[in-house]
Design a protein around this ligand. Sequence first.
Ligand code: HEC
Ligand code: HEC
Length: 199
Amino acid sequence: MIRNLIIGSFVSLALFGTAYAEGGDAGAGKAKAEGCSGCHGEDGNAPAPMFPKLAGQHASFLAKQLHDFKSKKRDDPTMTAMAASLSDADIADLSAFYAKQKITPEKGEKSELGEKIYRAGNAAKGTPACSGCHGPSGAGNPNAVYPVLAGQYASYISKTLHDYKSGERANDPNQIMRTIASRLSEDEINAVAEYASGL
Ligand code: HEC
Ligand code: HEC
């Protein structure tokens, strides 16, 4: 079943991703990012782990998230307000700017459980390997709109997996991440979040 999900979402997302981020101007994005830097940092390396890093993230993924915040498909009180006044061009420019920045690495914790879930999943529960989509080095895939995880704060990855598990975050195509997160235990979430962060 997961196999079908992967193929189905790959096709539809490849179209979305490129359309959303098309024509972005990183130089214009830098100026537009002034109002974002308080939380996400001047260069997209957020100063505190309660805010996600945006540096080095795929433009296609950033643009999709900003469109989803704007339409409330992804509902977050702060970001929905921030995205409300952004035009399509603003979104493309901001996404191009952050994608060009360099993410600062995180140490993470090389736990055996985290590595196992990331690289092999958990066959007994039908959890697929994260690496199948997010890549062996956590670099994601810009065309399929699979986000970068390497270097992201572990606490943000963990919060996000909890949000998918509870359904609080529901903008994942074909419920891919909600299905996967619902099969992760508390220990597995914490371990894989640390592991992916440190890749
Ligand atoms: C007051 C703080 C604040 C400001 C200002 C802010 N953000 Fe955010 N942003 C957040 C928080 C908090 C989240 C995480 C929401 C969640 O937990 O789902 C977030 C998430 C995001 C995400 C999703 C990242 C991911 O990995 O899923 C993007 C993209 C983003 N913000 C872009 C922007 C842009 C562009 C601006 C400026 C126009 C901006 N933000 C301004 C707090 C802020
Ligand atoms: C079938 C492909 C697939 C697999 C397998 C997969 N993911 Fe994802 N993941 C996605 C997609 C697609 C998104 C982006 C959803 C969206 O567009 O909002 C995502 C988003 C995420 C995010 C949100 C990132 C952010 O910055 O907001 C996290 C965290 C995440 N995945 C962690 C994991 C972990 C941990 C595993 C393994 C347990 C995993 N994923 C397995 C496809 C996958």
